[in-house]
Design a protein around this ligand. Sequence first.
Ligand code: A3P
Length: 284
Amino acid sequence: MSDYLWFEGIPFPTEEYKKETIEESRDKFVIRDEDTAIVTYPKSGSHWLIEIVCLIQTKGDPTWIQSVPIWDRVPWIETQNGYKILISKEGPRLFSSHLPFHLFPKSFFSSKAKVIYLIRNPRDVLVSGYFFWSKMKFVKNPESLRTYFEWFLKGNVAYGSWFEHTRAWLSMRERDNFLLLSYEDMKKDEKSTIKKICDFLGKKLEPDELDMVLKYSSFQAMKENKMSNLSLIPENLASNDLVLLRKGTTGDWKNHFTVAQAEAFDKVFQEKMAGFPPGLFPWE
Ligand code: A3P
């Protein structure tokens, strides 16, 4: 049981994060036009997307994803380890981030670097987050889903409010260097999503290479890949029954929310996400 590291109103996990690193990555990290970032609110399917992008880079060859831990392949810029790797890496960089818009490296906004932003039904994000963060030793652990539900609506969870994160990042959605994806579309038709990512990144896959990307990024393959399933997280950071690949479905929130919670959530969603065009959120 831990609390959070607070930085400019956003709660961060206490291990692997330092105010100085978050501040430096925002103010001093120099983005290169050839860089690509995968940005998500936690529990939106980040690791799945990272695995897909890695496999696109290797044209479906699984050697890289099966030999290098996911956090070293596509480092998290806001973590101490990730930041260290990224500042000393030459050439085009591929990195991940859960940072809210206002804490992301400022130099990105005047660059041609690419961002892939993945969204997921926040109700499923909430349920997934409840199970995940309960097993982590470096965040505040909720004692029940009911408690976590309240924290989530207020934004008192790791990386702050889903609503603010999503609203702010979606302001970029008309830009050429920004690709918006959803977990729901990936589940419905992963092949089309992979093709969209390839087009965005200027990559081309042969049909058999595309099949390999699909094969090695499947739920089962990732669950068995210890370089990607977070089983290598040290014991002092997470309990050994932590599961990243828990269910991998859409709509699991229906198994966990009470009717009253579902109604309360709808109300907050309507209020906070007002103004976006109909159809933007594939789960609504
Ligand atoms: P559930 O907890 O609902 O199962 P993140 O990587 O952002 O932490 O997101 C984790 C969620 O993505 C988990 O959701 C996990 O099961 C799901 N996920 C990870 N890999 C997946 C895959 N290959 N296919 C489908 N879902 C996947």
